[in-house]
Design a protein around this ligand. Structure first.
Ligand SMILES: [Zn+2]
Length: 492
């Protein structure tokens, strides 16, 4: 009986896949429609204003999965065939604007505008494009609508490549329709730094495939680098007064956070990326400094060269590709109003634990694990708060010394002594995790997503939490979410 069942199942899967492709062909051609607009506002208000619509190269997405059947991202784009009133395409995404809405200036009513893009396959006939936004209860509400007539001759099909741009295909596995297509862009590389771009591209691609779940799925990825030179090398660092003229206007100190590095210049990014079919954009910033950023279905930004940035790259890609949440807490964050009490987040790796007998990741829990899991959080919290106290004392003392008659040597000596105290406590934290009896267990650990209380994560450590040299892994709950996204793009 078993072989017969297997044949029937295989047949059903093939039929449904063929129907998916047929439905794609009914509504769409194999081209990409790029819809650019301005999106701005403050904490309470938002507006959209259309910019341009482009017809660009082949569609990168999976024609069998035009409707995204899982919910992620603070926004969702839907395409409705007007003739039949049917939703024919949907996909979730997040924006820098929605993060801006949670910051102090936005809450005080300061407006800010971003340039954004949504990509859809090019429809055969007139469609209604709808953008929906999640409210504080994660319910989607329409915030923008636009009729799109594919025969409109205002649609721009110019070649948007820069004159000096170069494409470097580094991993070629197959048809973009059934592969995850990653495009790596170089930011802050001058024309004469193309060899550094090539070597960084090769380094990060190799690193990517050392880690599960990518390692065993290499044959499902296409990776292309597009080199587009910048007039200057590096990136902006406003807190240091450093400004560099670069291709995509990347900058540290997004929302005045020290390590948050994002890219603003959406039009240039999309112009350069459009030279290849892409599902995800990764931007390598040519600057030796710890930092980066990752926004779901929009951008992965990371800085090259510093060893610790190896993990930043994979961490940020976890946000951007699989919509994973941050598992750390007690960190410097500007999100002042991030979660509504009692509302379960969409991210696969964080939970408010509404029902301890029905944990979000119950299929992965270690046998017999306590829910929630006691992990000695008070020990970790007290070590961390000691570090914070020392940092505050350090800032005040050094500031005072600089204003007084202290010599440079005396200031240096004081800095060294503070560093030694902080290093000792940091080492205690490292030892706490390294020797922890639950290091390899999956449970429900309190403290996640910037919140010390009421938010839980699946493991003590993971790439979405804390980077260590001895245990570099997303861990199973995060890997499972990433696999879901890989399946969405590839069908496998
Ligand atoms: Zn993060």
């Amino acid at each position: 009986m078993k072989p017969a069942i297997f044949i029937i199942l295989t047949f059903l899967i093939e039929v449904s896949s063929a129907q998916g492709t047929k439905s794609f062909e009914t509504y769409f051609s194999n081209e990409t429609l790029r819809i650019d607009f301005f999106h701005g506002g403050d904490a309470k208000t938002e507006y959209f204003s259309p910019d341009r619509i482009y017809v660009q190269g082949p569609w990168a997405g999976n024609p069998d999965r035009c409707i995204q059947d899982f919910e992620l991202g603070s926004y969702k784009v839907e395409v409705i065939d007007i003739a039949t009133n049917k939703v024919i395409y949907s996909k979730g995404y997040s924006t820098i604007f929605s993060e801006y809405q949670t910051t102090g200036p936005a809450i005080k009513g300061v407006f800010k505008t971003y340039h954004e893009t949504v990509l859809i396959p090019k429809p055969h006939r007139t469609v209604l494009l709808i953008i929906k936004k999640r409210d504080r209860y994660n319910i989607l509400n329409q915030v923008y609508r636009l009729n799109i007539d594919p025969s409109d001759y205002h649609m721009n099909n110019e070649n948007t490549a820069g004159v000096a741009d170069q494409k470097i295909a580094i991993v070629k596995s197959g048809d973009p329709h059934h592969c995850v297509d990653l495009v790596f862009l170089g930011e802050g590389y001058k024309q004469n730094e193309i060899e550094k771009f090539r070597s960084d591209l090769s380094y990060y691609t190799t690193l990517f495939f050392t880690l599960e779940p990518y390692k065993s799925r290499k044959g499902l990825f296409n990776i292309t680098g597009v080199f587009s030179p910048s007039p200057e090398s590096g990136t902006d660092e406003p807190r240091q007064g450093i400004y560099k003229k670069t291709r995509f206007s990347s900058s540290f100190n997004t929302f005045d956070l020290d390590r948050y590095c994002t890219v603003d210049d959406n039009r240039n990014i999309r112009d350069v990326a459009a030279q290849v079919p892409y599902d995800a954009i990764l931007i390598m910033v040519n600057r030796e400094r710890y930092g980066g950023g990752g926004i779901y279905n929009w951008q992965t930004v990371f800085n090259t060269t510093v060893k610790a940035n190896d993990y930043v790259f994979l961490h940020e890609f976890g946000h951007a590709f699989a919509g994973l949440g941050d598992e750390y807490f007690s960190s410097e964050v500007a999100y002042e109003d991030f979660y509504t009490p009692g509302v379960e987040p969409l991210e696969a790796n964080i939970t408010t634990l509404p029902d301890p007998s029905d944990v979000k990741w119950k299929q992965f829990l270690s046998p017999g694990i306590q829910v929630p899991t006691e992990w000695g959080k008070h020990v970790y919290d007290s070590l961390n708060s000691k570090i914070s106290e020392i940092r505050i004392e350090q800032a005040a003392t050094i500031d005072q010394m600089k204003k007084s008659i202290s010599s440079a040597a005396e200031i240096e000596q004081a800095e060294r002594s503070y560093k030694e105290r902080i290093d000792r406590l940091s080492k205690s934290i490292e030892d706490f995790f390294f020797n922890h009896p639950l290091r390899d267990k999956i449970g429900v650990f309190e403290g996640a997503n910037y919140l010390s209380k009421g938010m839980y994560r699946p493991t003590l450590m993971s790439l979405m939490h804390k980077f260590t040299d001895y245990d570099v892994s997303y861990k199973p709950v995060n890997e499972n979410a990433i696999i879901q996204s890989i399946e969405y793009y590839t069908g496998q």
